[in-house]
Design a protein around this ligand. Structure first.
Ligand code: ADP
Ligand code: MG
Length: 734
């Protein structure tokens, strides 16, 4: 269990806070061990163990006002308390409850297994009880209520009560009591203070100016109220303050990275006149969409500066990102500069090479190809062309980043479909001593607030409009018992010369459901249909698709073999490719018209959308068949849903599908390992539900701070600097 990225580490360690939890009044050796399981070692760790949720027991009622089937708090005088063993051997404690003034009532309280109640609370004591109230027999019963003396301070009852994450051997009442001690101090039997509150020792990482401008409570107030809120408003303010700190830390980290990049890096300004650009656009076999024009304008403006561009071009599958990247490459060429286009695999690099060559047939840079399969004399020749500038552009894989690759005048790097790595690659390019403008592309539909939070150092252009006349892919959801009809149908399509994909959720039968992280969430056992690629390939070959040229590709094959299979598919030497989700990204086989996804309920919607996008890339009518035992799944229904848009019906697009998915599955699927680990560390901010105004405020403060004190060297920024450094240390690619 790791620390919060914010506020946690101060550069002025306070010995009361860094002391072990056992220094806290009431925490013994057993408790120390149990807390250790939660990663809580110091008092400070304990203070940052924030409530998971709250129960509002603040409204205190007399017994006669209680109602059934609600959680409530009441004040009562304890009547007769009895204890007996139930048939199952549990201790059952029952108490008659009297009104505070001693009048009888119809309410009782009962506890299973909590024999301490009879020992700790004498008859006649006035107590507060909080918990579930039910009808039982002739009257109401408080079942398993929390109880504390009415004249003691409210910790467990009669207030908004915090509920904490627990671990075995740790009782919620104990943990709450210790936190109360740390936050508010402790009083002994006669109200005498026996421990002073420790929260006031927590240094505030925010400078006073920020607190004042943003109208935020101090850290001491926020921590106090987040654990033991006075009222809902105070709790809201406290959580907002802590969320602000988390967002500010993230924003500072990226603002700082952007500022460093902008200050250090000198890019080659790339300009083009309107007439040339219009001429190039006019040469295209189609007219650009409005979204493409807008993005091109943003990119063009960035390229004209000597501050290197850092831009993400985000657009659904088929939205036309490549042509925009190609136009940017032409702008580079027009300024006598070079550009590099980096793809995730060799095959995709080849595909892009062909696309770019076609787009540049009427003019544009001469393009070299550099991947790890280019070796020997050929490699030497290409390196030479790049070093001398004979090649104006290069398409390749990670091989482009290798040492020994030198450019004469590299001004633009396009990094396709690898936004997860793109930022690191930008740094790798920097280390080579060149500062190109960087354009990242992605079809991953990440909501904008999420981008702004995690990647503020990237500007975003969004292609939210599809080129006109795109054919719709016929999509159907079928149960596995339809397969005996699906295979012969696929065979007839193949006999007409078309090609098909069969996508499986895992590689071989022994595997855990692979490919999709969905396996765990959507319950492998229940579905009972979980075909593996290896077994399916075998079965189809011997049975329903006998005689059809089948191929198999999955993530455990070496990249070289995978590329070889994909090349055979492209060259039409394979009719039906059985695959895992490795085919998900960008591969373009215009002749493929059928994709059958088996165990479809195991995939995320955005992923299914990507898989579906592997067909319908040519002019032929295309089909996507989602096979799942859960035919009535709401999630899968979204794939066939149609919505009304400007008087016309259309299927949900990638962004809309992603939104549906996010609501169900959370952010993990969209973020790389590193970033979702990052998300796990946020204690208060919910990445799926970021308050855009708070985010804007945090960004504005981050900009203000970085502008005035770029390296956070001032004393008042010490706490923030510690938080940012900690963030980089844990997740950083600085
Ligand atoms: P992606 O955004 O998925 O990378 P591509 O750039 O591969 O999309 O474009 C998909 C196809 O659409 C390509 O064949 C491309 O030539 C074509 N295309 C791009 N822009 C337009 C447009 N404005 N009108 C029509 N077709 C377009
Ligand atoms: Mg693409």
């Amino acid at each position: 269990m790791a620390a919060s990225p914010t506020t946690r580490s101060s550069s002025r360690p306070n010995s009361l806070l860094t002391a072990g939890v056992s220094t806290l009044y009431g925490v013994g050796p057993d408790a120390e061990k149990a807390l250790e399981h939660l990663g809580i070692r110091t008092v400070e760790d304990l203070l940052w163990h924030l409530p998971l949720r709250y129960e509002d027991f603040s409204k205190i009622r007399p017994l006669r006002s209680l109602v059934a089937d609600q959680k409530q708090t009441a004040i009562a005088k304890l009547g007769r308390i009895t204890q007996r063993r139930t048939a199952r051997g549990q201790v059952l404690t029952e108490a008659e409850l009297l009104e505070e003034d001693g009048r009888p009532s119809m309410v009782r309280a009962s506890w299973f297994g909590r024999s301490f109640v009879k020992q700790s609370f004498p008859e006649g004591q006035v107590v507060r009880l909080s918990g579930d109230v039910r009808w039982l027999g002739r009257g109401l019963v408080f079942s398993q209520p929390k109880i504390e003396p009415a004249d003691r301070e409210a910790v467990h009852t009669g207030r908004i009560v915090p509920v904490y994450r627990l671990t075995e051997g740790l009782k919620d009442g104990h943990l709450r009591r210790w936190l109360h001690t740390a936050v508010e101090g402790a009083r002994g039997r006669h109200g005498k203070a026996v421990a002073a509150p420790l929260v006031p020792h927590v240094p505030d990482p925010l400078p006073e100016g920020v607190l004042a401008r943003q109208g935020l409570p101090t850290i001491v107030e926020a921590l106090t109220q987040v654990h033991f809120p006075d009222d809902p408003m105070a709790l809201f303010r406290a959580r907002r303050r802590l969320a602000f700190d988390e967002l500010l830390t993230l924003q500072l980290a990226t603002a700082q990275r952007r500022a460093r990049w902008a200050a250090e890096a000198q890019a080659i300004p790339l300009a083009v006149d309107d007439a040339s650009l219009e001429a190039w656009v006019g040469e295209l076999p189609f007219s650009l969409t409005g979204a493409q024009r807008r993005s091109l304008g943003q990119i063009r403006a960035d390229l004209a500066k000597s501050v290197p561009m850092s831009r993400l071009l985000e657009g659904d599958v088929g939205a036309g990102k490549t042509v925009i990247a190609a136009l940017a490459m032409r702008i580079a060429e027009a300024s006598a500069a070079q550009s590099a286009f980096m793809a995730p695999t060799e095959l995709l690099a080849e595909q892009h090479l062909a696309t770019l060559q076609a787009l540049f047939s009427g003019g544009g840079p001469r393009i070299a190809k550099l991947t790890s399969s280019v070796t020997g004399a050929e490699r030497a020749r290409i390196l030479d062309e790049l070093a001398t500038g004979a090649a104006g552009a290069v398409v390749g894989t990670h091989a482009l980043l290798e040492e020994g690759v030198r450019f004469r005048r590299l001004a633009l790097a396009v990094i396709d479909e690898q936004h997860r790595f793109g930022v690191a690659q930008r740094s790798a390019l920097r280390e080579k001593g060149v500062y190109p403008h960087v354009l990242l592309t992605t079809a991953t539909p990440i909501p904008q607030t999420l981008w702004q939070t995690l990647h503020r150092d990237l500007d975003v252009s969004i292609l939210d409009e599809m080129p006109a006349g795109r054919q719709e892919i016929t999509t159907e959801v079928r149960t596995p018992d339809a397969l005996p009809r699906i295979w012969p149908w696929a065979r007839t399509r193949v006999e007409r010369g078309e090609q098909a994909f069969v996508v499986c959720p895992r590689i071989d039968p022994a595997d855990d459901p692979g490919g999709a992280p969905a396996g765990a969430l959507f319950d492998a056992k229940e579905s009972g249909f979980d075909p593996s690629a290896v077994a399916m390939h075998d079965e189809l070959r011997k049975g329903p698709l006998q005689g059809v040229r089948l191929g198999l590709v999955h993530g455990r094959m070496p990249q070289k073999e995978r590329d070889a299979v994909m090349t055979r598919l492209r060259d039409r030497e394979i009719d039906v490719l059985v695959a895992t989700t490795v085919i998900e990204v960008g591969i373009d086989i215009p002749n493929a018209t059928v994709v059958v996804v088996l165990g479809a309920e195991r995939f995320g919607l955005a992923q299914l959308h990507q898989l579906r996008g592997r067909v319908g890339r040519g002019t032929m009518r295309s089909y996507c068949v989602l096979v799942s035992p859960k035919r009535d799944s709401d999630r899968l229904a979204a794939m066939t849903e149609r919505i009304e848009d400007g008087g016309r019906e259309r299927p949900l697009n990638g962004f809309e599908l992603a939104k549906r998915d996010l609501a169900i599955r959370g952010p993990g699927q969209f973020l790389g390992q590193e970033q979702s680990g990052f998300a796990d560390q946020l204690r208060v901010v919910d990445l799926m539900d970021i308050d855009p105004r708070l985010l804007d405020d945090a960004s504005a403060e981050a900009d203000r701070i970085v502008a005035a004190d770029p390296e956070l060297e001032r004393a008042e920024h010490r706490g923030l600097r510690a938080a940012v450094d900690e963030l980089w240390r844990r997740y950083g690619y600085a």
